[in-house]
Design a protein around this ligand. Structure first.
Ligand SMILES: Nc1ncnc2c1ncn2[C@@H]1O[C@H](COP(=O)(O)OP(=O)(O)O)[C@@H](O)[C@H]1O
Ligand SMILES: [Mg+2]
Length: 317
């Protein structure tokens, strides 16, 4: 890949803590690096950074705090890891001000993300919740991955997260299209337009002004989150066919489309596997601690799918 071209950004989020965001982001970073991509893994869980533990390295002294506070560039705080092609940037750990960067500091950081020399892919491990900081990292990515468990509470959180991300993205296009008044109504709890979901909102905008409605719809259609169903039990997995992710994951994606109007797609399904806990305790990625484990093989499928997308995007760019 040529120097100077912006890296592709992959963000891994999810509404709840403990759903497997760090598992997915760190192991995908290792897998993509093993496939020859020059990867920068960034622990962007500004309040609860722990990706270094999964990589088995000491928490680096310089962190994202230093970037936010303009003491160093992203390139300068990136450390080497035991894995070829993989560099790492630690989250802000306990620094309160860096965990809540102000708007301009955050925008500066977001602009730097894709521009570190010698990096093809940036992988972001996000924190839980729907704070603007987390949503903005999620939305700036070329590939936004949402990790979900096959449990009603996790699914509920995932929908809430996607809805929040959708409205956050909409707020960015709001000024360009003069739809502030409709958004204002949609944001109020009991709105007379009956706008509750992103799909309702697009319909309301279209009704008021079909032309603007079409344009906003086209803008929002680019928000295509990918779902990873984690800790799936045997009955929730797909068949042995490599393209079959199973019904639970498919249903989840189609519910996003139907109820939220968000074109979510399934990126993969990971089984519940004790190898995960073993690897975490050993402070090693799955590729080292459990190379033959089912969860590692499932992550390889995800990495291959992502790589295929990255390659296509690279050719198209
Ligand atoms: N597929 C899985 N199989 C078994 N345990 C898992 C799996 N995914 C996650 N876990 C457990 O959940 C814990 C939290 O995962 P983590 O990736 O740290 O979540 P998050 O980053 O979303 O807070 C892991 O340390 C592990 O014990
Ligand atoms: Mg985490």
């Amino acid at each position: 890949m040529s120097e100077g071209r912006a890296a592709r950004i992959i963000a891994v989020g999810g509404g709840k803590g403990g759903v497997g965001k760090t598992l997915v982001s760190t192991n995908l970073a290792v897998a993509l690096a093993a496939r020859g991509q020059r990867v920068l893994l960034i622990d962007a869980d500004l309040g609860g950074a722990n990706a270094h533990t999964i990589l088995g390295i000491a928490p680096p002294l310089a962190t994202l705090s230093d970037v936010v506070e303009r003491k160093a560039s992203l390139d300068e705080v990136a450390v080497a890891t035991p894995f070829a092609n993989l560099r790492f940037v630690s989250g802000a750990l306990d620094d309160i001000s860096a965990a809540n960067p102000n708007h301009s500091a955050k925008m500066r950081l977001l602009r730097q993300l894709g521009r570190v020399d010698g990096v093809d892919v940036v992988v972001l491990d996000l924190g839980a919740g729907t704070s603007f900081n987390t949503l903005d990292f999620f939305l700036i990515a070329h590939t936004s991955i949402l990790v979900v468990l096959p449990e009603p509470t996790s699914v509920e959180n995932a929908y809430r997260f996607l809805k929040a991300a959708f409205f956050r993205r909409l707020a960015v296009v709001e000024k360009a299209y003069g739809i502030g008044d409709i958004l204002e109504i949609a944001r109020s709890q009991r709105n007379e337009l009956g706008v509750h979901t992103p799909a309702d909102l697009l319909a309301a905008i279209e009704k008021k002004n079909p032309d603007v409605g079409r344009q906003v719809r086209a803008q929002m259609a680019r928000f295509e989150p990918r779902l990873i169903l984690n800790q799936a039990l045997p009955g929730e997995l797909g068949s042995d066919h490599p393209d079959d992710d199973g019904m639970v994951a498919r249903d989840m994606a189609s519910a996003c489309r139907r109820f939220l109007g968000i074109p979510a797609r399934v990126l993969g399904v990971l089984p519940e596997d004790d190898a995960v806990r073993r690897a975490v305790r050993a402070r090693k990625p799955l590729a080292v601690a459990a190379p033959d484990a089912p969860v590692k093989r499932a992550l390889d499928v995800v990495a291959d799918r992502l790589l295929a997308e990255l390659t296509t995007a690279g050719v198209a760019a």
